[in-house]
Design a protein. Sequence first.
Length: 143
Amino acid sequence: MLHVPNTIFLFLVDTNDYAGNFEREMVAFMTGRVGECGAGEKQAEQAEQALELHPDEQDWLETYVTSGPDDHGCSRPASIWASPDDQMNTVALLLGAAPPANVVAFLKQRAALFTNDTPGRALEVVGFRLVVLRTTRQNLVLA
């Protein structure tokens, strides 16, 4: 049976740069999770070390980080998203539930640390948002 979640939560990290250059690496650095393509493996290893010191956050992320297909069908927990000014400067982390306050604080901290870990790039986090996407279903009668 096809299972499509009714609700997906996007933890959004607004930045000052085009997110398509680093979204998979940032999400891996924040969560320890990578997609099928394997981009961000080094950053995921760094996250695993940090997550060992935060077992509650680690358990939550292992349970609720989810993945979706990119434009080429590759499943991954990261995507780019349009920022409020319609620039593609936002990193989206796909989640199966709204994160609790301790997880939000951890993700914010890891995103800020990621910007410090990008030599040669003046990458800055300019804000965070949570977006809820709800799927509606409609049955159509075929004649």
